[in-house]
Design a protein around this ligand. Structure first.
Ligand SMILES: [Zn+2]
Length: 195
């Protein structure tokens, strides 16, 4: 039975460690499989669209992602020992983080990444990420290196407007997409110019 683990928040030292590579032999350990199940359960409960092991106080290189509601075919996924083989372009992102509750901020991300790693059975995986999925992969990867989005973001603020709250409620808010909400809910003239 999967159970919900505590999500640690900014200030906890585990969030600032470079997580250890997973020995693929560990994948045979029922406790490791339990960890993966628990990470999904914890992510869905939050709710979120991505969760990295350090966020449940396990300093190992894996994360789970599930964007299936937003981007069909993109979840549920687990990536063990992820690496980016391609990073290109640049896009604006508005993100929040389950480990920094209630806040959002603006930052730059790569427009497209290709992420390689292993699934829960040790099989090689290669994932191409653009848009929300690509940003989510980058957000989760940062967690494995002890980096939080607030280290990179400008204009970190509480989610106060209706659009911001909607975005937070929707993905609470790992690699969050505000762009859709923004484009739907805000007059073009009200969107701040991005220089
Ligand atoms: Zn996060």
């Amino acid at each position: 039975m999967p159970y919900i683990r505590e999500i640690i928040t900014d200030g906890h030292p585990t969030l600032r460690k470079v997580a250890k590579k997973v020995n693929l032999e560990e994948l045979h350990d029922p406790l490791f499989q339990q960890l993966i199940d628990d990470m999904f359960e914890t992510m869905y409960h939050a709710p979120g669209i991505g969760l990295a092991a350090p966020q449940v106080n396990i300093s190992k290189r894996l994360f789970v992602v599930d964007l299936d509601d937003d981007v069909p075919g993109h979840g549920p996924l687990v990536v063990v020992n992820p690496k980016f083989s391609v990073t290109e372009g640049e896009i604006d992102s508005i993100e929040g983080c389950l480990s920094v509750p209630g806040m959002i901020g603006d930052l730059k991300r790569f427009e497209r990444v290709v992420c390689t790693g292993f699934d829960r059975n040790g099989k090689k995986v290669e994932l191409e990420g653009t848009g929300l999925f690509g940003r989510c992969l980058q957000h989760e990867m940062d967690h494995l290196d002890g980096v939080l989005y607030i280290d990179k973001a400008r204009n970190i603020r509480p989610a106060v407007t209706e659009e911001e709250k909607a975005a937070l409620a929707e993905v609470e808010a790992e690699g969050a997409a505000l762009e859709r909400n923004a484009s739907e809910a805000v007059e073009p003239s009200a969107v701040p110019a991005i220089a």
